[in-house]
Design a protein around this ligand. Structure first.
Ligand code: ATP
Ligand code: MG
Length: 426
C-alpha cells in the first residue's frame, strides 16, 4: 500500500495517547473516589439514543438541538443521535428501569459526548463529561451537596481559584412571567442589541442575558431582574442554599444573569469557571431540573445535577504543574540464548504473580541492545539471564536508576532482591 494517504481521525475528535492517559486516569480515579464519598453510584448508558430523547429534554430552541447534534438515520429508518450530554439518558434509564419509583437515586457517569461545534482549544466535537444526578430530592440540602461534591473534586486535584456563580431561575411559571417582561423590555430596545440577541428575542429571550456584547449588556443593565419574579418559597430556598454553602466554606457569588443553555433547568443554576484557560472558561455547570423526569414520561420527580468537562478540567490539572507519573514496569527481564529465554519468561511470570510489574525483552538482540530497551522502558531493575545463570540457578541483577550495585543472586532470591532494590515491602 505504498503511497496511500494515511487515514486521519475526525476533526475535533482526539486520540488520548499513552503519556496523556495517565492524567486522565488520575482524574477519573479522583472522580470515582469523590462520588463514592458522597454515596453516588455509577450508571453507564448507551452513547447512541433516539433523537427524540434530546429534542424533548434539551429543548428544540437550544444551540445543541438546533445545530450541534450528530443525528443520523439507521438502517431501520430510525432517527438516532450521538449523545450531546448524559442527563437525559440518566433520566430515561431511571424511568425505563423503575429506578425513580418511590425511590431516590444518587447517580454519576463519565464518558464521551458529541457536539458539532467549531473545534478549538477546550472545545471539541467528541469530548468527555463527568456528571452527577441526584434524583428525588426537592430541597436546598441536596443542591448544596451537589455543589460541595464538585468543590471536593477540585480540591482533591489541587485546583484552586475556580469561581462559582449561582442563580435561581424560579419555577416554570415565574420564569414565564419574567420571560414576558424581559421580552417586552428588550423589544423596546431592539436596535441596541447585537444581531444574535435580536434573533433570539422572539424564541429564546432568556439566552440574551448570556450575551457578551457590550451594547446588549448596557441595555440589560436596566432590564427587569429575574429575582423580582421569584415566589416566596423559591426565594427562601435560594437563601437557604446560600447559607448551606457558607456553612461548608464554599465561596460563591450570585449572578442574576446566569441562565444556562439547556431548557430543562428550573430553580437553581450554577457554573464553575476559571480564568486560566482563555475563552473556554466553563468547567462545570448544572442546576435543578424538576420538570425533566415527567417531560420524559415518568412521574414528577425533583432532580439536581451537574456536568463537568473533563478536557478542560484536565487542562487545569496540567497547569498545576504536578506531574502524573508515567506508567512503566518495575523490572525488565533480558535473556541471551534459547534456554535463558524460557527462564526469563518463567521468572517474569513469577514476579507478576507476586504483584510486580515486569516486562520481558521480546525480539532478542545482544546485551547492549536489550539493556538500552530496559532503560527506555523506565524499569528500575534489569534482570539478565544467560547460559551461566541457567547452569548455576542464578540471575544477574542490574539496577538501572542508581540504586546499588550490579550483582548475581540465587534465582530463589530474585523476588526478595527486586523488592529490596525497588523499595517494595513484602
Ligand atoms: P459552553 O458555554 O462552553 O459551550 P455549555 O454551556 O455548552 O458550555 P454544558 O452543556 O453545560 O456546556 O456542558 C457542561 C460542561 O461540559 C461545560 O462547562 C464544559 O466544561 C464542557 N463542554 C461542553 N461542550 C464542550 C465541548 N464542545 N468541548 C469540550 N468541553 C465541552
Ligand atoms: Mg455549548
Amino acid at each position: 500500500m505504498v503511497g496511500e494517504k494515511s487515514v486521519q481521525s475526525i476533526r475535533g475528535m482526539n486520540d488520548l495517547l499513552p503519556g496523556q492517559i495517565e492524567t486522565w486516569q488520575r482524574v477519573e480515579s479522583a472522580v470515582r473516589e469523590v462520588c463514592c464519598r458522597y454515596g453516588y453510584r455509577e450508571i453507564r448508558t448507551p452513547i447512541v439514543e433516539r433523537t427524540e430523547l434530546f429534542r424533548r429534554s434539551i429543548g428544540e430552541q437550544t444551540d445543541i438541538v438546533e445545530k450541534e447534534m450528530y443525528t443520523f438515520t439507521d438502517n431501520n429508518g430510525d432517527s438516532l443521535t450521538l449523545r450531546p450530554e448524559a442527563t437525559a439518558s440518566c433520566v430515561r434509564a431511571g424511568n425505563q428501569h423503575g429506578l425513580l419509583h418511590n425511590q431516590t437515586q444518587r447517580l454519576w457517569y463519565v464518558g464521551p459526548m458529541f457536539r458539532h461545534e467549531r473545534p478549538q482549544k477546550g472545545r471539541y466535537r467528541q469530548f468527555h463529561q463527568f456528571g452527577i444526578e441526584a434524583l428525588g430530592w426537592a430541597g436546598s440540602d441536596i443542591e448544596a451537596e451537589v455543589i460541595a461534591a464538585g468543590e471536593r473534586l477540585w480540591r482533591s486535584l489541587g485546583i484552586k481559584d475556580l469561581t462559582l456563580e449561582i442563580n435561581s431561575l424560579g419555577s416554570v411559571a415565574a420564569r414565564a412571567n419574567f420571560r414576558d417582561a424581559l421580552k417586552t423590555y428588550l423589544s423596546d430596545h431592539v436596535d441596541a442589541l447585537d444581531t444574535d440577541s435580536q434573533r433570539r428575542l422572539e424564541r429564546n429571550p432568556l439566552r440574551i442575558l448570556d450575551s457578551k456584547d457590550e451594547g446588549t449588556q448596557e441595555v440589560l443593565d436596566s432590564a427587569p431582574s429575574l429575582s423580582d419574579f421569584l415566589e416566596k418559597a423559591e426565594e427562601e430556598n435560594f437563601e437557604r442554599l446560600q447559607r448551606l454553602l457558607t456553612t461548608v466554606n464554599i465561596t460563591f457569588s450570585v449572578n442574576t444573569r446566569l441562565v444556562r443553555g439547556l431548557d430543562y433547568y428550573t430553580g437553581l443554576v450554577f457554573e464553575w469557571t476559571t480564568d486560566q484557560l482563555g475563552a473556554q472558561s466553563a468547567i462545570c455547570a448544572g442546576g435543578r431540573y424538576d420538570g425533566l423526569v415527567e417531560q420524559l414520561g415518568g412521574r414528577a420527580v425533583p432532580a439536581t445535577g451537574f456536568a463537568c468537562g473533563l478536557e478542560r478540567l484536565i487542562e487545569l490539572v496540567a497547569l498545576q504543574g504536578e506531574e502524573t507519573p508515567i506508567q512503566s514496569p518495575r523490572v525488565f527481564v533480558a535473556s541471551l540464548g534459547d534456554i535463558p529465554e524460557l527462564e526469563a519468561i518463567r521468572h517474569a511470570e513469577s514476579l507478576r504473580d507476586a504483584g510486580i510489574d515486569a516486562q520481558v525483552n521480546c525480539g532478542q538482540g545482544n546485551l547492549k541492545k536489550q539493556l538500552r530497551r530496559a532503560d527506555n522502558s523506565g524499569a528500575q531493575v534489569a534482570v539478565i539471564i544467560d547460559d551461566e545463570s541457567v547452569d548455576t540457578s542464578t540471575v544477574k541483577i542490574k539496577p538501572l536508576r542508581g540504586q546499588g550495585e550490579q550483582g548475581t543472586v540465587p534465582a530463589a532470591e530474585l523476588l526478595a532482591t527486586v523488592r529490596s532494590i525497588t523499595g517494595l515491602s513484602d
